[in-house]
Design a protein around this ligand. Structure first.
Ligand code: HDD
Length: 704
């Protein structure tokens, strides 16, 4: 064995106003003697050296008695908990729910009793299929899970951004999830439904067709969480103090309106910024631009439910808002990011069975099955029946019970009473049930033999799929067709493609033909056998479309401004002011992140170097190059992509005259369309922002 070498002592280094101590091997020592807290082990022992493990001689071997090393590595080895089996990738924020008016006539839920009362909430948004480290802009359903910390316990409304679901019975949930997740023999594709297993299952599951229309629509590629609707999906019940029950469907509507990206943009965003949705929520909340949703209710009784041919217990159906408006009853504002991602976002445990007096389930078989699943999953993930003691899961109201012990019990009762009834009196005897305040299930009749049967009232799988499709704007219909062609083109088996087109024939013949053409099918297959024929006369519901319900402002969106040396300082200042007045965020892109020298000689730092700030990251862009800066841009491929992508993605583009050279280089038409706004003088800044309120210039025939 080599003998130990005599250590040299490299000298300390000075960084700015800090002197960093160097050890003999050049390692960094920042010590408590310099004013930091003393580093300790988990058991509180002060640590003398956190740079070097304990060795026999300075070149080893390591010694087992090094408790600090052992503890540090042991803890690191156990840092991960199992990711969620679905909805693994998510991002969350704190906020509050504010009740508009008392709803005591329809529910005794405490949260809805007093006008203006605020209840804390924690909301986690997620994708479904991808693993925790997957990208944000997968084509997928988004989870929209809200935990209300009410004065009568936690109420979890665990919903999605789509109001219907793939399946009608929870017993099929493992199948639909296995089918969409990476194929088990290959271990890919990650976070994608575009593969054989998914479409094989779907094409054999007619009840999924309504949901498929939604997940192939722009709803599945939202611009950010802030622009999504949310839905409780199932029919629930509200119960008032008299014990009267009514059905209810829950809707969340974003104040900023709905918005999605286009698919070609989504694919590129995933490469440019896999955390696009996370970053968006984080930046919005940190900058004080708090996202807000209204909670809206569709409340109805049994007679109204009976007026439909479909069953309100069937989670593949919705009630069009044209037939039953969704009434706003409160607003939810997200105004605080978690302090620690793991402690809060990762450890939060949502459970559909967490309801409060005044809210009850319906017999929707999907909901009933979910009520079994979520408790199991939390035990698996969090490892202890005491997961409700974690601060993010603990109710914020008084909590008294006789459950005890178990792994990691850190809120432990004192005194002798751990059962009831007991004779130890109100002082020492612990809590008791309350007939008045406690949860009382509303008595409801149930009848019939025990059967494994899907009710006949669940059998119409195509009518609402068609209704959703015909409710879309023409551009949205085209996107649905494009998405189906894209996904089915990734299926290697022609039989799967044919089965799917067979279903589409029951939804809309033109759509089926478009998809068949896009797949290069020589002939249309036979229409799938339908348990019930499609109702062709359901009217379009405009409220189901994103594009038919545009926002009125460019607020909450982001403008990317490309600048070079010599950019007109006054024009830039005017654009920044116009954006600020609208409530639009701005980021600057330049050939180098250190920035540029503007026309008035000021140095303007940038947020992005051009290849780190592609136009896909912005809702609209402005190119403000000066003559002196344009030549260098022409040589940069990312600058050319910046323009050609903005064009292909229907973006509004503000530009100064020198930018025309870049447009010519990428082959844009000489006659620029009205989505291009010339910016000759500061007054043009407002014109650009006003144009951007339309979000995209769809009239560009050769867009992506
Ligand atoms: Fe689920 C998580 C939403 C059906 C079983 N689900 C989960 C999350 C959301 C939903 C938003 C993530 C919560 C979070 O952010 O932590 N799930 C839905 C909706 C459904 C649905 C809207 C249909 C209407 N789910 C569903 C069924 C089952 C499950 C039918 C099982 C029978 N879901 C789970 C789960 C998860 C879950 C396995 C995984 C992680 C977790 O619960 O906490 O229990």
């Amino acid at each position: 064995m080599a003998r130990s070498k005599k250590p040299d002592s490299p000298s300390n280094v000075v960084y700015g106003d800090q002197t960093i101590q160097r050890g003999p091997g050049g390692e960094t020592h920042q010590t408590a003697e310099e004013g930091y807290d003393v580093l300790t082990t988990q058991h509180g022992m002060p640590v003398g050296d956190d740079q070097n493990s304990l060795k026999q001689g300075d070149r080893g071997p390591l010694l087992v008695e090094d408790g600090h090393f052992r503890e540090k590595i042991f803890h690191f080895d156990h840092e991960r908990i199992p990711e969620r089996v679905v909805h693994a990738r998510g991002y969350a924020a704190h906020g509050f729910f504010e009740t508009y008016d008392s709803l005591s006539a329809i529910t005794k839920a405490d949260i809805f009793q007093r006008k203006g009362e605020r209840t804390p909430v924690f909301v986690r948004f997620s994708t479904v299929a991808g693993s925790e480290g997957s990208f944000d802009l997968a084509r997928d359903v988004r989870g929209f899970a809200v935990k209300f910390y009410t004065k009568q316990g936690n109420w979890d409304l665990v919903g999605n951004n789509i109001p219907v679901f793939f399946i009608q019975d929870a017993i099929k949930f493992p199948d639909v999830i296995h089918a969409v997740k990476p194929e088990p023999d290959k271990g890919f594709p990650q976070a994608q439904s575009a593969h054989d297993n998914f479409w094989d299952f779907i094409s054999l599951t007619p009840e999924a067709m309504h949901m498929i229309m939604w997940v192939m629509s722009d709803r599945a590629i939202p611009r950010s969480f802030r622009f999504m609707q949310g839905f409780g999906v199932h029919t629930f019940q509200l119960v008032n103090a008299k014990g009267e029950a009514r059905f209810v469907k829950f809707h969340w509507k974003p104040k900023l309106g709905m918005q999605s990206v286009v698919w070609n943009e989504a694919v590129k965003i995933n490469g440019a910024d896999p955390d696009f949705h996370r970053r968006d929520l984080f930046n919005a909340i940190q900058s004080g631009d708090f996202p807000e949703w209204e909670l809206c209710l569709q409340v109805f009784d049994q007679d109204f439910a009976d007026s439909f041919d479909f069953d309100v217990l069937d989670p593949t159906k919705l009630i069009p808002e044209e037939l039953l408006p969704a009434t706003p009853v409160g607003r939810m504002v997200l105004d605080r990011m978690p302090d620690n991602f793991f402690a809060e976002t990762e450890q939060v445990a949502f459970m559909t069975q967490n309801i409060v007096p005044g809210v009850e389930f319906s017999n929707d078989p999907l909901l009933q099955g979910r009520n079994f699943s979520y408790l199991d999953t939390q035990l698996k993930r969090l490892g202890s029946p005491n997961f409700a003691q974690l601060p993010i899961n603990a109710p914020k109201c008084p909590m008294h019970h006789f459950q005890q012990d178990g792994h990691m019990a850190f809120k432990n009762p004192t005194g002798r009473a751990n059962y009831e009834p007991n004779g130890w009196g109100t002082e020492a005897g612990g809590p008791r049930e309350s007939k008045e305040l406690g949860f009382q299930t509303v008595p409801q009749e149930a009848e019939g033999p025990k059967v494994r049967l899907r009710p006949e009232s669940f059998a119409d799988h195509y009518s609402q799929a068609r209704q959703f499709f015909i409710s879309q704007d023409l551009i949205e219909q085209q996107h649905i067709g494009d998405a189906l062609v894209f996904e089915l083109s990734k299926c290697a088996f022609p039989s799967i493609r044919e089965r799917m087109v067979g279903h589409l024939l029951n939804i809309d013949e033109e759509l089926a033909q478009t998809v068949a053409d896009g797949l290069g099918m020589k002939a249309l297959p036979k229409a799938a056998n339908a348990a019930r024929p499609t109702k062709m006369d359901l009217p379009a519901s405009d409220l189901l479309s994103i594009l038919k319900n545009p926002p009125e402002s460019f607020a909450g969106r982001k403008l990317g401004i490309l600048i070079t040396d010599g950019t007109d300082a006054k024009l830039l200042a005017a654009l920044l002011a116009a954006a600020a007045a609208e409530g639009t965020a701005v980021e600057l892109i330049a050939p180098m992140v250190g920035g540029v020298t503007l026309s008035d000689g000021t140095i303007q730092p940038a947020h992005h170097k051009i290849d780190g700030g592609p136009s896909v990251l912005f809702d609209a862009v402005a190119l403000l190059p000066a003559e002196e800066g344009i030549l260098s841009l022409l040589k940069l491929p990312p600058a050319r992509d910046f323009v050609s992508d903005a064009y292909a993605h229907y973006k509004f583009v503000g530009f100064t005259a020198p930018a025309a050279k870049l447009f010519a280089k990428v082959g844009l038409p000489e006659d620029l369309d009205k989505g291009f706004i010339a910016m000759d003088e500061p007054a043009d800044a407002e014109e650009l922002i006003a144009a951007c309120r339309a979000l995209r210039f769809w009239d560009r025939p050769d867009g992506a």
